[in-house]
Design a protein around this ligand. Structure first.
Ligand code: GLU
Length: 548
C-alpha cells in the first residue's frame, strides 16, 4: 500500500506537518517539577461533585507546584452540547475558588495553546491524522451503519467479542484502488486506528493514584475521525494534551478502560506520555452497602444542590479536601485558622478506591467552618444566599445590618464558638424569633409546673427586666425572682436536695426563654434580650404571661 499516496488522497488540504505544530505550540518554560494540568469537560451543563473533585485535585497539583491549570472544552459530540454550559462550569468552579490560568473563558480564549474548544481545532487534528495514515497507522473505513449493525449481529451469533477488529475489520487491508473508487463516488468514510494490540496480552501500568494496575491491550480499530472530519474524544485529547503540554492527566477512573487505547495512541503519534491520576468514584452508603453517587438517584451529586441549600463554598471545599487527602483533618486540627492553600495536597494521600461521601460529616465540617467566620462574613454570605433563595428573609435580614451582625456575633469567637447551623437555609429556624414576622411560641413548658405559676413568674419578670443591667446583675435578678417562687438559685443546691425546691434557676431561665424566643433552646439569653430591646422583651413577656 502506498501510504503516502493514500494520505494525500484523504487529506489533500493538509499542508502543515507535526513539526509545524511543535513550533506553533512550543514546550512551556516552567520550572522543574511544575505540573501542567487541565479540566476537559464536555459542555453538557450538568456540573457535579465529581467535577469539583477533579477540579480541586488538578488545581491543587498544578498551582501548588508553580504550574498551570487550563480549561479545554471537549465539544466534539455536538449532540450532547448545551448552550451556556461552559459559562455554567466556569462560574460553578470559580464559586469554589478554582480559577483557570489559561483556556476557554467568558472573554474568549486565554493563552497561546488554543483554540481551547476542540470543535475549532479540526485542522490541527488533521495534520496528525495524515501523519498516522502516512505511517500506516490509520486507514479509512467506508462501512455503513447497516454494515456495522450486521457485523454486530454476526458477532453476537458467533459469541465473538464486539467491535471492529481482526477479521471483522473489512477495510483494514483493502487495496488502494478500492479506496480510490469509494472516494471517487463520494462515499462518506471514517478514519480508523490500526491497532496492533491483542486482548491476549496484559501489561502493567503505574497510575499516580491507583498505583500499579494491570490492563489488557486494546485490539479494536477505534474511530479517530468521524465522517464529518471531527475527531473522537480519544484522538482529540491525545493531540491536545501533547500540544498543550499537559504533564498530568487528572480525571475520573471511568476512563481507565480507555487507557490502553490512549497509551497506544500517544505512542503511535510519537508523543511523550503524560502522568496519569485516575480518581476513584464518590460513593455513599445505601443501607449497608456502598454505591457510586448517581445523577438519577442522588440530588446531592449536583453542585447546584449545595448552593440552594446554602452551604458556604468554603465548607464544601474543606469537606472535599477532607475526603481526598487522608491527612487533611489532622492538619486542620493543628492549623485551625490556616488558609486551605497552605495544606500540602498530595495524590499519594488519595484513596485509590474512591471516597465515601457522608452528608452528616459535611454538615459537621460546615458548622465548624461557619463557627470560625466573622459575624460580618456570616452576614454577607447569608444575605447573598437569601437574596437568591428567600426574598422575605433577605429583606428582614438586611433591613438593619448592624442588628443582624450583632445577632450573628452571639457566641462567636473564643475557644468554643457556637456551632448552631451548617447551611444558610437553617438560619430562619435559628434566628427567626428576632423578627416579629417569624416569632411564634412553638414549644410548651414542662407539664410539671402549673401554668399559673409560670405566668406569675413571667409577669413579675416583665416588671423588673432592665436592658441596662450588666450580665451579672441580670442573672442575679433571675435568681432572686426564682427564689421568691421557691426555685433554687444554684442548680447544684437543687440537685443535692430536689425535694426542697420547686425547681432551679435553670427552669426559671427556661420559662423566660420560652416567652421571649418561643423555643426551649436559643443562643445566650442575655445577648438575645439586649438585641431585642426592652420594649420587645417586655411586650413578649406580658403576652406570654397573659396567653399561657
Ligand atoms: N471530556 C472528558 C469528560 O467529559 C474528559 C476526560 C479527560 O479528562 O481526559 O470527562
Amino acid at each position: 500500500m502506498d501510504n503516502i499516496k493514500l494520505a494525500g488522497l484523504l487529506f489533500p488540504e493538509v499542508n502543515e506537518t507535526p513539526e509545524d505544530m511543535e513550533k506553533r505550540f512550543p514546550p512551556r518554560d516552567l520550572k522543574e517539577g511544575a505540573i501542567v494540568s487541565r479540566m476537559a469537560p464536555s459542555p453538557t451543563g450538568f456540573v457535579h461533585l465529581g467535577n469539583l473533585v477533579q477540579g480541586i485535585t488538578s488545581e491543587r497539583l498544578s498551582h501548588q507546584s508553580g504550574g498551570v491549570l487550563f480549561l479545554r472544552v471537549e465539544d466534539t459530540d455536538r449532540k450532547r452540547e448545551v448552550k451556556g454550559a461552559v459559562q455554567i462550569l466556569i462560574d460553578a468552579l470559580r464559586h469554589y475558588g478554582i480559577n483557570f490560568d489559561e483556556g476557554a473563558s467568558e472573554s474568549g480564549d486565554i493563552g497561546i495553546y488554543g483554540p481551547y474548544y476542540q470543535s475549532r481545532r479540526a485542522e490541527i487534528y488533521h495534520v496528525y491524522a495524515k501523519k498516522l495514515v502516512e505511517e500506516g497507522k490509520a486507514y479509512p473505513c467506508f462501512c455503513t451503519e447497516e454494515e456495522l449493525e450486521a457485523m454486530r449481529a454476526e458477532q453476537e451469533k458467533e459469541g465473538a467479542n464486539f467491535g471492529y477488529f481482526g477479521k471483522w475489520a473489512k477495510w483494514r487491508d483493502r487495496p488502494i484502488e478500492d479506496i480510490e473508487e469509494m472516494l471517487g463516488k463520494g462515499v462518506p468514510w471514517v478514519l480508523r486506528f490500526r491497532s496492533t494490540g491483542s486482548i491476549e496480552n496484559k501489561f502493567k501500568f503505574t497510575d499516580l493514584i491507583k498505583g500499579e494496575v494491570e490492563v489488557t491491550e486494546n485490539e479494536i480499530d477505534h474511530v479517530l475521525l468521524k465522517s464529518d472530519g471531527i475527531p473522537t474524544y480519544h484522538f482529540a485529547h491525545a493531540v491536545d494534551d501533547h500540544l498543550m503540554r499537559t504533564t498530568h492527566v487528572v480525571r475520573g477512573d471511568e476512563w481507565l478502560p480507555s487507557l490502553p487505547f490512549h497509551l497506544q495512541l500517544f505512542r503511535a503519534l510519537g508523543f511523550k506520555l503524560p502522568k496519569y491520576c485516575h480518581i476513584g468514584p464518590l460513593m455513599k452508603m445505601d443501607g449497608n452497602s456502598k454505591r457510586k453517587l448517581s445523577k438519577r438517584k442522588d440530588p446531592e451529586l449536583a453542585l447546584t444542590y449545595y448552593r440552594a441549600e446554602g452551604f458556604p463554598e468554603e465548607s464544601v471545599y474543606e469537606y472535599i479536601l477532607t475526603i481526598l487527602n487522608s491527612n487533611y483533618e489532622d492538619w486542620r486540627r493543628i492549623n485551625p485558622d490556616a488558609d486551605t492553600d497552605e495544606f500540602k495536597f498530595s495524590y499519594k494521600k488519595m484513596n485509590p478506591a474512591g471516597s465515601l461521601f457522608d452528608a452528616a460529616k459535611l454538615r459537621d465540617v460546615s458548622k465548624n467552618v461557619i463557627s470560625r467566620m466573622t459575624a460580618e462574613r456570616v452576614y454577607d454570605l447569608a444575605a447573598e444566599w437569601a437574596k437568591e433563595y428567600d426574598e422575605e428573609f433577605y429583606s428582614l435580614l438586611t433591613a438593619d445590618k448592624e442588628r443582624s451582625v450583632a445577632i450573628f456575633s452571639i457566641g462567636r469567637g473564643g475557644n468554643k464558638p457556637r456551632k448552631d447551623y451548617a447551611v444558610w437555609s437553617e438560619l430562619k429556624e435559628y434566628m427567626g424569633f428576632f423578627f416579629d414576622e417569624y416569632f411564634k411560641v412553638t414549644e410548651a413548658p414542662d407539664e410539671k409546673y402549673e401554668k399559673s405559676l409560670i405566668s406569675h413568674i413571667i409577669e413579675d419578670y416583665s416588671q423588673i427586666y432592665s436592658a441596662d443591667d450588666e450580665q451579672d446583675e441580670w442573672f442575679e435578678k433571675i435568681k432572686k425572682l426564682g427564689e421568691k417562687y421557691g426555685f433554687a438559685a444554684k442548680t447544684k443546691d437543687y440537685k443535692a436536695n430536689p425535694e426542697a425546691y420547686a425547681g432551679s434557676v435553670a427552669d426559671v431561665s427556661g420559662f423566660i426563654r420560652l416567652a421571649v424566643t418561643g423555643k426551649s433552646s436559643s443562643p445566650d439569653m442575655y445577648q438575645v434580650m439586649k438585641i431585642l430591646g426592652k420594649e420587645k422583651v417586655t411586650e413578649r413577656l406580658i403576652a406570654y404571661a397573659k396567653n399561657l
